[in-house]
Design a protein around this ligand. Sequence first.
Ligand code: PLP
Length: 397
Amino acid sequence: MVNEKMRGLGACRSVIRELFEYGKKRKTEIGDENVFDFSIGNPSVPSPAIVNETLTCLLQKKDAVSLHGYTSAQGDAGVRRAIADYVASTHNATVNPDLIYLTVGAAASLTISLSALTVAGDEVILLAPFFPEYRVFVERNGAVAVPVLCDTKTFQPDLDAIRAAITPKTRAIIVNSPNNPTGAVMTKESIEGLAALLSEASKENGQPIYLIADEPYCELVYGDIEVPYLPHFYANTLICYSFSKSLSLPGERIGYILVNPDAEDATAVYQAVCGAGRALGFVCAPALFQYMIPAVIGKTADISIYDTNRRLLSEALTSYGYEVVNPDGAFYLFVKALEGDATAFCERAKEHELLLVASDSFGCPGYVRISYCVTTEQIQRSLPAFKALAESYKTEK
Ligand code: PLP
C-alpha cells in the first residue's frame, strides 16, 4: 500500500515536464536543431561570471569541513544578514535576518510557507493563470486551491472576483509578479487595491489572510517597469524568493523565505516556517550555494537576451495573426490558441515540431505558453513553423 495521492502525482507528470520529456525523445529522433522546444523555463543565458568566481574562491579558500558541513537549519546567520541588508537597502524596508529561512528554491519556499500557514480545509486563492505546481503545493496537506481568473485583457488581478471568492476559510493568496505564464507585472494600483481588499477581508474574518509573494522573476523586467516591494503595501506578506531564474541556477536549488517583520504574528509565522521546513526535511539549504549569496545577491544573468527574444517573438507572431499578451517581465509569452481547445492546438503545433504548453493546467483555458528562454537563433529558425501553423488554420476557413 502506498499513499495514492502521492502515487498519482508521481505517476502523472505535469504537462510541462511531459512535453519537456517528449522534446528530449523527439530530438534524438530528428536532431536537436529540428525541434523547437519552448516547453520549460530553464534559463538559456549563462550565470554572471561572479557566480563561478565566487564558488571557485570558496572552494579554494574556505576550510572544506566547514564549507560542506551543516549550517543552521534556517540557514547560515551571516548569509541571512547579507540577504536582509540587501533587501533593506534596495527597498528602503525593515528586514529581520532572524525572519529569513534559506530554502532549496521557490518550490520549497512555497510548499514550506503553505504548510506553515494552512491546515486541512483552509482555502488558498490562486490568481489564474498560475504556475501549475501551486495546486500540488496547496493540496498537499489538505488545503483547498481556489482559482480566481485575472482580467484577461490586462492580466491584472480582478479585485471584484477575488472579493467574491474570499470566505471565512481563506488563509492566503499567492501572487506571482512578474507572472509565469503571462509575463504580466502587477501595477501599483492593482497592489493597492488588493492590499485594501485583503485588509478589509482579514478584519471581517478575524484573522489575517496572508499574501504569499512568489518572486523568482522579480529582477527579470524590461524597459522601465518596476516590481513594487509588496510588504510596503500589505504587512502580512511572506516573500518566496529563488535565485533559479535571476542567476540562471535552477539546478542548484537555492532561495529563501522572508517573513515581513511588520506582519501580525511575525514570530509565530516564522516559527511555523521553521517547523514546516523541519517536517518536510527542508533544513540546511545547500551550504556552498548559501555561502555564494553575499557576493552575488542583486546580480543577474544578461537579461537583454530575453528582451531580444521577447521582441522578436511577439512581433513576428503578431504579424502572423496570433493574439499575444505583451509581457513586461519573466521569459514567457502567453498566446491565444487558434482554436478553442488549447491542447488540440498544441498537438497540431507538434506536427510543425513546435513544443508549446497548453494553458489548461494554468487555470486559464484557450491559450498556450511559449518559454522564450532559448537561444535567439532557435526563435529565428522556428518562425516559419509558427507561420505555417497559423496558415494551416486560415486555409481551413
Ligand atoms: N514559481 C514560479 C512562478 C515558477 O515559474 C517556478 C519555476 O519555474 C517556481 C516557482 C519554482 O522555482 P524553483 O526552481 O526556484 O523551485
